[in-house]
Ligand binder design. Sequence first.
Ligand code: ADP
Ligand code: ZN
Length: 611
Amino acid sequence: MVSEVKDIGELKRILKDTFGYTTFRFEQEKVIRSVIEGRDTMAIMPTGGGKSLCYQLPALYLPGITIVISPLISLMQDQVAGLSQHGVKAAFLNSSLSPEEKSTVEQQLKRGEIKLIYIAPERAILDSTLIMLKALPISLIAIDEAHCVSLWGHEFRKDYTRLNELKAVFPNIPTIALTATADEKTRIDIARQLALKDPQIFVASFDRPNIKYMIYERENEMKQLHRFIQDNHIGQTGIVYCLSRKKVEKVTDELKKLGYKAVAYHAGLSSAERTRSQKRFDHEDGLIVVATIAFGMGIDRPDVRFVAHLDLPKSIEGYYQETGRAGRDGLPSNAWMVYGLSDVVKHSRMLEMSEAGEAYKKAARVKLDLMLSLCEVTHCRRQFLLDYFGQTQTPPCQNCDSCLEPPEMWKATIAAQKMLSTIYRTGQMFGSTYLIDVLRGSQSERIIENKHDQISVYGIGKDLSRGDWDSLIRQLLYLDYIYIKDYDFKNLALTEKSREILTGKKTLELRRLRLKIEKKSKKNRSSHTSGKDKVEALHQRPDLFEKLRVLRTELATKNKVPPYIIFSDKTLHDMCAILPRNREQMLMVHGVGETKFDNFGDAFLSIIKEN
Ligand code: ADP
Ligand code: ZN
């Protein structure tokens, strides 16, 4: 049933009183209107963009109950805990509940004591659940992380594909699907799989201006990571992503040895261990979680100051979602990555060995190629990312490594010719290490056995370092002048385009390898202080901020919730800027609503007054 929203003032009132915000972000208002007007709606927003509000606010505005389908138990728990702090009645139904707890929730639903009910997908489609829900006044169905329904998405879950059964039971109830995946194909697939009727689609700006993007060639990743954290993030909370469980364990140990507070998270840990890591991450300040991508969907913590990648993600969607976990509070944050050619080989090999269908593999290959392109581009990284998500013609950002330290270009035609001939003359049967050895005149047994010390290209590449050659190979790969022919042997081969270089028809300018470890990265240091300055320029009271933070930790411990559920860093900074003296002024602070004021307002006011 489609009906006009009469009272936009009412929406604003709920926004302020319940959530403590004064304005909508991005497309939130349009999405919310569409939902409460009774339309099927799809909201595509970047991670940290504020998707939850798009169904939570309608849930409060609409008369009945809102069903929220959410893929992870931890995510549901966090959302329900957060809503309770805002004074909103919410609960969840998932496998973590005992039969008694489950029946309590069902009773509360029947009595109309719950506005939002979070349900795991596999539970939502059980006959018993559907019968129970059918007897309730349902106003809205929200499908969070909706890309899980699509094979094209990057986190496919089988349970999601049956969610259209839910729609069949409630054909006239509006459904809102939420995701951070902007890929057109995935989007169409989501609408089809969920049987959305003529959905209104809203795509928010994907820009996360407070996140600085930095991508570097891998030299010694632990040294690079250590330097990056030392320069920018001492004592701050962050996530370090690695591809394999083994590497996660290794990096965690090494970070601990270097004196950091670090904890591992991957799917190989027991669920108790994972819950413990997640809990520590939610509650502790200055903890670094080293994780595979198994760690992610449940992260609500707004003050993650950095996300580091020690391996290349397999798609830009993945990269953007993972980096998007930094800086949800809008304060300056870093997305930092090191990568190398071996990453591309590893991913490609995993893909070739997987049992996925050819169409899927092809799509995945394209995604990986684009991910490599992001690393190799010579212009603004943000421009490249936004362009990928369909936002064209944005100006260079001045907040990524390409903008801040523009890459140096060099005339690489001759070097490329040397490499291409080496590939050709050795029979297109070897990987990068071997090829570079030949070019640099190595005396290795294998080379001598193969008589490759007798070919004309042997030793003609001593003028460039191994790193330079690696970088050249990656760029040739990204520009399609070569390709990886056999992933098992990692051997490189020529493409149709190679001829253009070999015959000199085309010249080549490439990005020069930037070595980071030896050079003291002064720039990073200054950008760190400037980031901090930006925050503290809002107020001159770092001392007060610390005191408020201590109070927040005390209250969090007492209430058994993560500190950010009490108030975000942004709220505390805002208190330091506004210095409220009474309830009314306190309600002007970002993130302070009625319920939160009633629970915690006085405690914070008294510290502010004392100082
Ligand atoms: P995601 O899109 O990743 O689900 P969330 O819904 O968790 O993002 O929102 C990210 C952060 O933005 C949260 O800390 C939330 O409280 C905050 N937020 C959402 N909407 C607004 C708004 N209109 N004004 C200010 N902060 C907001
Ligand atoms: Zn830029």
